[in-house]
Design a protein around this ligand. Structure first.
Ligand SMILES: [Zn+2]
Length: 87
């Protein structure tokens, strides 16, 4: 099946080669996500989720939240002194 790939510009994306901004567009090619610069013909393949440039609408899953605080804060209680009665 052939679905026409929709190329969309990425707002704010900067071409790593020529530095042009808003000239990067991303499109899908099969399972891959490619980006290209229309200024200098730069082309690159994006890795999966986590990239700086990724078209919305396709999420590989929710990102894992940062590891829960495994280290519990230590509460230090100074030992209570017994009153030394000099009886
Ligand atoms: Zn470029």
């Amino acid at each position: 099946m052939s679905v026409p790939t929709q190329k969309r510009f990425i707002a704010g994306a900067v071409c790593p080669r020529c530095g042009a901004q808003d000239r990067i567009r991303v499109f899908m090619e099969g399972e891959r996500t490619l980006r290209e610069c229309i200024v200098c013909d730069f082309e690159d393949e994006l890795s999966d989720a986590g990239s700086d440039v990724l078209p919305k609408g396709r999420l590989d899953g929710p990102r894992r939240p940062p590891a829960a605080s495994a280290a519990k804060p230590m509460t230090f209680h100074p030992p209570k002194r017994r009153k030394s009665s000099d009886a």
